[in-house]
Write a protein that binds this ligand. Structure first.
Ligand code: GDP
Length: 178
C-alpha cells in the first residue's frame, strides 16, 4: 500500500497548482474488498495514457490514498474535497456500510456541500448480484448524491466516474469564485 501524488505535467506544475488552490483531494471510501484499489489504479493508468493535455484533469493535481491503515476514519472524513463511496453489488453488507459512511460524512461535514458519488462496483459479476440498480439509485436519492455502477475488472464506467467527480468539484469551485 502506498500514497501517491501526481500532476498532469511536471513536478513544477504540482507546486503552482497547489499554490493557486486548485488542488483537490478525492477520497475513496468503502468496505474492504469492494474494489477501491482497483478503481484508483485505473485512474492512475488513465492519467498516464491520456498525457499532459488531458481535458478531464487539466492542470489540477489529484492525490489518492490507497493506504487506509495509515488514516483513521475520522481523518478520511475531514480530508476530502470530494468522495467516492464504493460498495460491491455482490455484497449487501458493503452496501449497508456505504449508508453508514454517508451518514458519518454528513455528520462530520454538516455545513459543507461536498461532492459525493455513490459507486456500485463489480457490475460485471451479474450472477452474484445482491444489490439491484434500483436500490442503488434509490439510496443515492436519499443520500442526495450521484450514482454510478462500475466494473474495475472490465473498465466499465470507471472514466465516467472520475469525470463525474471532477466535474462536480469544478462546478462547486467555480460557483464559489463568482
Ligand atoms: P479494496 O479493498 O476496496 O481496495 O478492494 P480491491 O481493489 O483490493 O479489490 C478486492 C478484490 O476484488 C480484488 O481481488 C479485485 O481484483 C476484485 N475486484 C475489484 N473490482 C472488481 C470488479 O469490478 N469486478 C470484479 N469481478 N472483481 C473486482
Amino acid at each position: 500500500s502506498y500514497r501517491g501524488r501526481w500532476s498532469s505535467d511536471s513536478s513544477d506544475s504540482t507546486v503552482s497548482t497547489e499554490s493557486e488552490c486548485s488542488f483537490s483531494r478525492v477520497v475513496v471510501i468503502g468496505e474492504n474488498g469492494v474494489g477501491k484499489s482497483a478503481l484508483s489504479g485505473i485512474f492512475a493508468g488513465a492519467r498516464d495514457s491520456m498525457g499532459s493535455n488531458c481535458d478531464l484533469l487539466g492542470d489540477d493535481t489529484y492525490e489518492r490514498t490507497l493506504d487506509e491503515g495509515s488514516w483513521s476514519q475520522e481523518q478520511c472524513m475531514q480530508a476530502g474535497d470530494a468522495y467516492l463511496i464504493v460498495y460491491s453489488i455482490t455484497d449487501r453488507a458493503s452496501f449497508e456500510k456505504a449508508s453508514e459512511l454517508r451518514i458519518r460524512l454528513r455528520r462530520t461535514r454538516q455545513s459543507e456541500d461536498i461532492p459525493i458519488i455513490l459507486v456500485g462496483n463489480k457490475s460485471d459479476l451479474v450472477r452474484r448480484r445482491q444489490v439491484s440498480v434500483t436500490e442503488g439509485r434509490a439510496c443515492a436519492v436519499v443520500f442526495d448524491c450521484k450514482f454510478i455502477e462500475t466494473s474495475a475488472a472490465v473498465h466499465h464506467n470507471v472514466q465516467e466516474m472520475f469525470e463525474g467527480i471532477v466535474r462536480q468539484v469544478r462546478l462547486r469551485r467555480d460557483s464559489k469564485e463568482v
